[in-house]
Design a protein around this ligand. Structure first.
Ligand code: ZN
Length: 419
């Protein structure tokens, strides 16, 4: 196995606020072999001088939709899956270019995309997938027009139905969860409240019954997996985590008491603030309906308070973005938005070690330590002092390594071996 050493880096290990300066990281195969506080004695195939730059674990985005190639979901109705996949490829690649070496897809991507990434057939981050998001009839993922009375549209092969599976009743839920786990889902996604982009529901609606949510959680837990749920309002978030949901997504409208309930249930909040901010800016031009735009403004207002409540209660927050279609360019703006309330180090912890816990990959991803998967980025400057260095399209990230393989290296390297 080939050995790479990155010398003279200032390491953020995913947790510690104090950078480890003048450190070396030795990578063997797809793993970190050694983190050395000083010069590592090693004969490497490739030596890279970090020049004092900041070395971070590869970033993790815990809320993406790799296959959502349009902001207006109904446009996907006319897309065959082949065309949708082709259109998704540059989106997926761009995420890696911004330094995201792992993402969690929470409605859309399936085991085929995950495997294509694993095999290097397509370029992008490592993907954790759940297949389609589950929605009840008339719920957030049910994009049927009111004139459409067919009941089993979830089996059609178009871009809309690829993203959602309509499930009603605990027994259907049991079968659907088992079916997606059979296909290799890493997690199960439930639409447990109304949403912005859906035509038939209000933001405050509860969706799925207690029996349905509990069924999903127990079936997922039986295979060591977990449930994440789309939720906005306090009551929807509280019932989700009390019924066993492990990560609650968005949560823009929660109060402080609800942040405490999430914490006490050992669950995580995954804010996705950037999607509301940029979609509000561009939604009219991109064809969102006035009804959807009204819902969007409503949830956008709540976003900053969400961060304050979770900070005050010590509720663990992951890092997510939720950008659809044309908005994907703004992914890394989420760092800047979060830093309006949080310290940069806490935002970086969310996008590294906390998200790794969400992915059930603690100690493997989101960390720089011996034995971890070698997902590494180098940043020009110190993002713990200026987190905006991560904004944009990866311009300030001269090196990106995923599983020990260099995706980008703009630094001078000394090669002494067979790489
Ligand atoms: Zn989403």
């Amino acid at each position: 196995m080939s050995i790479t050493v990155i010398r003279n880096a200032a390491i953020f290990d995913g947790e510690n606020e104090d950078l480890a300066h003048d450190s070396d990281v030795v990578i063997e195969g797809d793993r970190i072999r050694e983190v050395s506080p000083g010069r590592a004695r090693v004969e490497a195939d490739l030596e890279i001088d970090a020049g004092g730059r900041t070395l971070l674990p590869g970033l993790i985005d815990a809320h993406v939709h790799l296959m959502a190639v349009h902001l207006v979901a109904s446009k996907n109705l006319h897309y065959p899956l082949t065309l949708m996949t082709a259109k998704a490829l540059p989106r997926i690649r761009n995420m890696l270019e911004r330094g995201f070496t792992s993402v969690r897809d929470v409605a859309g991507a399936d085991f085929g995309i995950r495997q294509a990434l694993e095999e290097g057939l397509i370029v992008g981050p490592r993907a954790f997938v759940g297949g389609p998001g589950f929605t009840q009839t008339g719920g957030h993922g049910d994009h049927r027009f009111k004139t459409d009375s067919r009941l089993d549209r979830d089996r059609d092969s178009n871009g809309v139905d690829f993203h959602a599976r309509i499930v009603d009743g605990p027994e259907q839920m049991r079968q659907a969860v088992r079916d997606e786990l059979r296909k290799g889902a890493d997690h199960i996604k439930l639409m447990a409240s109304g949403g912005v982009g859906s035509p038939n529901d209000a933001i405050e609606d509860w969706q799925f019954s207690e029996e349905e949510i509990r069924m999903a959680c127990s079936e997922a837990a039986a295979k060591g997996k977990y449930v994440c749920a789309h939720t906005y309002a306090s009551s929807a978030v509280q019932r989700a985590v009390r019924f066993g949901v492990r990560t609650v997504e968005h949560c823009n409208l929660i109060d402080r008491e609800t942040a405490a309930v999430v914490r006490d249930c050992n669950a995580f909040v995954v804010p996705t603030l950037v999607c509301y901010e940029v979609t509000e800016q561009h939604g009219d031009a991109l064809g969102l309906s006035p009804y959807v735009m009204e819902k969007l403004r409503f949830v956008n207002e709540g976003g900053i308070r969400l961060l304050e409540h979770c900070e005050a209660e010590g509720t663990p927050m992951g890092f997510g973005t939720d950008l659809m279609g044309e908005m994907e360019y703004a992914q890394s703006m989420e760092f800047v938005i979060r830093a309006r309330v949080q310290k940069p180090v806490d935002v970086l912890r969310s996008a590294s070690s906390v998200n790794a816990r969400i992915l059930q990959m603690e100690g493997q991803l989101g960390t720089v330590r011996a034995g971890a998967i070698a997902d590494i980025i180098l940043v020009d400057g110190n993002p713990l002092e200026d987190i905006a260095l991560l904004d944009g399209q990866g311009e300030n990230i001269p090196l990106i390594m995923k599983a020990g393989k260099l995706h980008r290296n703009r630094l001078a390297s000394a090669s002494s071996g067979n790489i």
